[in-house]
Design a protein around this ligand. Structure first.
Ligand code: TRP
Length: 351
């Protein structure tokens, strides 16, 4: 609620007596289907923001290649899937522009210019890249493309002159580096870029069905937005709960229990959730009963999403057209910036 109100107040500014909407840029790597963790962490915010901001959503296929260059067909396939996920949750293509990163080649051009504006040491300090390198076991064989992806992300953000970038905690270093690059560019070549601000999601990260801290397609612990009713049922029945509660009559723990975390996040009847929590903790209510209820809650949440998805499954040209339109709009915006960039940098153009 607070997020909603404070954002609405700051979403417009006046320019030559016209009210102009501020611009937002967000992005996802298209490496797999989006899940309910994405919904809580970012999609829900994007739905609110689309009302008052000019919103661009980048399907970052170039960035996805930096750690999937050996499997490009996976990325190709997921571009349409992710687009359908966006549309099914209710992102309105009349309001948001969904953009395929690789189809705006000027973003790659800008990345090359930006590479002069920061040092290897600065990139090495980026904590998100650092932990990804460790996680992926890349320490002594870091692909250059992967190492510099924050520069490419800065190019994404700055090329659109985004005022706000809604992200999770792990992306904050990227926005900081984008600001550094913007300042360096502006002081060297002249004022072209806007310094973007991050907009942190106020909802905590959703855990996986295995109880692990993060829901993630690569950990195979996600409930996808495109999962069928049967798939949801199967996944919920296999969920990790309280290992110390063996019989229904045993007292159990509802806190840090993923089944209850999901119920608190997606349940619409908080009274009923509280009752179940109390019964579970005291004894008398067991895993099967709460899981059955969670199946209903999740399917009630996902049904309208599934319903909206149907039309896009039936006719894939709908999603393709939406991508084409969004990308076209992006090309216009980015080209405008690039004209300023080339002029500021004294790059000769023959047009
Ligand atoms: N790095 C983001 C992720 O891993 C994806 C991304 C690419 C992005 N370009 C962006 C996010 C620009 C915000 C703005 O999910």
């Amino acid at each position: 609620m607070f997020l909603q109100r404070s954002l609405k107040q700051g979403s417009l500014f006046c320019y030559n007596h016209h009210m102009i909407k501020k611009r937002i840029l967000t992005g996802d790597r298209p490496t797999g289907p989006l899940h309910i963790g994405h919904y809580v962490g970012s999609l829900k915010n994007r739905l609110i923001l689309q009302e008052d901001y000019e919103e661009f959503i980048l399907i970052a296929d170039i960035q996805a290649l930096t750690d999937n260059f050996d499997d490009p067909t996976r990325i190709e396939k997921n571009i349409l899937e992710v687009t359908k996920d966006y549309l099914s949750v209710g992102l309105n293509p009349e309001r948001v522009n969904i953009v395929v990163q690789s189809q705006v080649p000027e973003l790659a051009e800008l990345t090359v210019y930006f590479m002069n504006l920061l040092t290897v040491a600065q990139l090495e300090r980026n904590p998100t890249v650092k932990s990804e390198i460790l996680q992926k076991g890349l320490t002594d064989k870091i692909p250059v493309g992967f190492f510099v992806y924050p520069v490419s992300q800065a190019a994404d953000i700055l090329a659109f002159k985004a005022d706000l970038v809604p992200v999770g905690e792990d992306q904050v270093p990227m926005i900081e580096q984008s600001r550094e690059i913007a300042r360096r560019f502006n002081s060297l070549y002249g004022p072209v870029f806007v310094e973007p601000r991050e907009l942190l999601s106020d909802s905590p990260r959703l855990c996986g069905i295995d109880g692990k801290e993060k829901m993630s397609k690569s950990l195979n612990n996600a409930i996808n937005l495109s999962d069928s009713r049967e798939a949801v049922e199967k996944k919920v029945m296999s969920m990790y709960t309280d290992p110390t509660k063996i019989r229904v009559s045993d007292p159990g723990h509802a806190e840090n229990n993923p089944v209850f975390t999901y119920l608190r996040t997606f349940g619409t009847d908080s009274e009923r959730v509280r009752e179940l929590e109390q019964g579970y903790e005291k004894g008398g209510i067991g895993d099967v009963e709460v899981k059955k209820y969670l199946i209903t809650v999740l399917n009630d949440f996902l049904d309208p999403i599934r319903e909206r998805r149907l039309q896009y499954e039936r006719d894939e040209s709908l999603a393709r057209d939406i991508l084409r339109q969004g990308t076209k709009k992006a090309i216009d915006v980015v080209n405008e910036t690039m004209r300023e960039v080339r002029k500021a940098m004294s790059l000769i153009r023959f047009d």
